[in-house]
Design a protein. Sequence first.
Length: 243
Amino acid sequence: MDPLMISAAGGLRARMESLDMLANNLANTETSGYKTDREFYNLYVSPEATEGGEGTASTLPVIERPWTDFSQGTLRPTGSDLDLALTGKGFFAVEGPSGDLYTRNGSFRVSPSGLLVTAEGYPLRTVSGGKLHVQSSGAIEVSAEGAVRQDGQSLGQLEIADFAEPAAVIKQGASYFRSTAPAQPASGTHVEQGKLEGSNVGAAESAVRLVSVMRQFEMLQKAVSLGSQMNSEAVQEVARVAS
């Protein structure tokens, strides 16, 4: 395969990954606490793309790594005592089925066993490492520091975790994160009761980028088609001369 088609094919692959990422962002514009994904491009030098025997390698555009934009989403009031939002950095710490998870989606509920859990049923964790046991009836009060009270009784304080290296925080599904680095207490973060943090996806920006990437994809498809046509004509011309 000639360098033109190799470069175009590499560009097609990168644009396909971008399309998947943008489509996922747009699908989660209404997901509370969702953080948009973005891409970081780089150039890959392909040994297979060496031209002839001269040792000149072509470069291919690739997405070196995706990264997550952790900027604050807009807070919207819900009026529910069990809806919590964070202002500032950090995550609610929860116990996932396979270990510690973290989330910005503060849409919580009371489980049949009396635990404060996420929509998926994962228990919230307190700063002492325990779980929050609440009554099914009775108003719940949550302070800006995350202290939980019900009927005048202290139930514990929510663990609000943060990480020194954002790159160590990896998405798990639409609303959860896991980390390869140890968590630390979030600094300067406040809990707001009766509110939810919306997705930080810019729907208009993502739609414009989606159209742009689709156009780039179509142009690269034409380049591949043109390269294939040129190669076919070259083979036919060589065969004609040889005959």
